[in-house]
Structure formats: C-alpha cells, structure tokens
Design a protein around this ligand. Structure first.
Ligand code: 6PG
Length: 254
C-alpha cells in the first residue's frame, strides 16, 4: 500500500493542493480511458475544496463532459435538506461547472427504505463504472474525510458494515447518530485507483495520530483495514497534523 502524507500550512493551501491532485487525476483518467469517475465526500471539510475546484483556475483544466460524479455516502434526507451531502456538493461545485446533469449520480437519501436506496446505487455503480476482473466497480478517485471517531464515508469503527464484502453499497443505522446512512463499502474503496483523504482542524489531531500510527489501528480504523492496490494520499492541514510529532514519513509542504 502506497501512503503519502502531505501536510499543508493552512486550510486554504490544503484545499488548493487537493484540488490540484483532483485535476491531475481527472486528466490522467480521461487520457487513459476517456472518462473520469470520482466519488465525493460529505461532511464540512470538503466545502472549501469544492468551492476551489469550481474556480476557473481548476475547473477549466477538467473536461466536465467526460466527468462522472458519485458520492461516497449520504444521509437519509431529501436532496434539498441541509444535511444532504449532495446539496453541499451541488451548491459549492456541481451547479458552478459545465457537467452534464446526467453525469451526477446522487444517492437517494429520501427513499423510505434505505436498503432499497443502497441496492439502487449499487446497480448504478455496476452499470456506469468499469470494474475489476472480480466485478468490483472501480473509481478513479474516491475523496474521503475522517470523522473524529475514525469513520470514513459512513463506515464507522466496530460496525458490521466493515465486514461487508458482497455488497458494494450498504445502508447502516448508526446508533450514535440515531440515523440511517448509505455508504460505499470497503471493497469498492479498496478497488479505487486513487484515494484522497482530506483532513483539517485541530479537533482531528488525536484521531489522525491514532489512525496513522497507533499500533492497533490496523484492526480498528476502516481506512487502515483496506488492502488497496491503489495510492492513498493524505492531505492534512498543520492543525490536524499537530500531534504527529516527528514521524518521518511526513512531507511538510510548509
Ligand atoms: C459524512 C461524511 C463523513 C465525513 C466525516 C468528516 O457524510 O458525514 O461522508 O465521512 O467525511 O464525518 O466530516 P467533517 O469534514 O464534517 O469533519
């Protein structure tokens, strides 16, 4: 597993470095197989990245006619709800770039049956994405955030969905949040050509250190459980990296 840790001095530099990485991934994918398949993250951290990607300096270097946007997870709310990951991405990025609306594939969080929404989304992935010889859908890039408890997408530590190897999308009721979520599962994240972890803020400093360096983190944290053949790039701002001390594989971009 190739893991690269990039530490940016501040959240603005962090977002522009991650945006640059996405532009490169898009250009590489389109040159290689004529299309770019990306899964966006939810939560708050990617907002600045999405706003930056929509600016001409980045947006003009992505061929949006050949870009297909999916989501790593969704909350079980309608697309116009403030908690909707789709709504965040639509407002800050997708409504500002020339991507055909037919190439934006949101998870139907509004469906009363979350399992049905998960099944439908899994079918869509199989229909629209290339797949591995074993039939696992392959994204060119999956953007992920990191929760303070170490969750990625809606894959929470210690939950049964982490054992899910047959389904590519699953619905999960997260007790702590007392709410349903729909999420890509580990096999799909594992099969991605590129994984971009985006983490910012001092509140994440403890979990970043634990996930990256705690001895038993392999068994506890979803991002450490995957056996990716792909690259993982961690983009972390200085505040979130403030407890990494002098672990030597970091690449300070100060
Ligand atoms: C979600 C996300 C989730 C998120 C982390 C970090 O739907 O909430 O997909 O995995 O990335 O919770 O969220 P913040 O960026 O808000 O800290």
């Amino acid at each position: 597993m190739a893991r690269h840790i990039h530490i940016a001095p501040d959240p603005v530099t962090l977002s522009s470095l991650a945006a640059e990485q996405i532009v490169t991934a898009a250009q590489t994918a389109i040159a290689d197989h004529a299309n770019f398949y990306i899964a966006l993250a939810g939560g708050k951290t990617p907002q600045r990245l999405y706003e930056m990607l929509a600016r001409p300096a980045f947006a003009n270097r992505i061929d949006w006619r050949r870009t297909h946007v999916f989501f790593g997870d969704e909350r079980c709310v309608p697309p116009d709800h403030d908690d909707s990951n789709y709504k965040l991405a639509a407002k800050t990025l997708l409504s500002r770039v020339p991507i055909p609306t037919g190439q934006i594939y949101r998870i139907k969080g509004e469906l009363s049956d979350a399992h049905q929404a998960a099944r439908e989304y899994a079918e869509l992935l199989l229909e629209r994405l290339p797949s591995t010889p074993l039939g696992v859908p392959v994204f060119d890039l999956i953007l992920l955030g990191l929760g303070q408890d170490g969750h990625i997408a809606s894959l929470f530590p210690g939950t049964p969905i982490l054992q899910e190897r047959a389904k590519f999308v699953a619905a999960v009721h997260e007790e702590k949040l007392n709410s349903w979520r729909i999420s890509l599962t580990l096999p799909v994240i594992e099969a991605a050509r590129h994984i971009l972890m985006l983490v910012a803020g001092e509140a994440k400093a403890d979990i970043v250190r634990e996930v990256l360096y705690a001895p038993n983190s392999l068994a506890r944290f979803p991002i450490r459980m995957i056996k990716p053949s792909a690259e993982i790039d961690w983009y972390i701002d200085a505040a979130a990296a403030s407890k990494l001390g002098d672990f030597n594989e970091q690449q300070n971009l100060a």
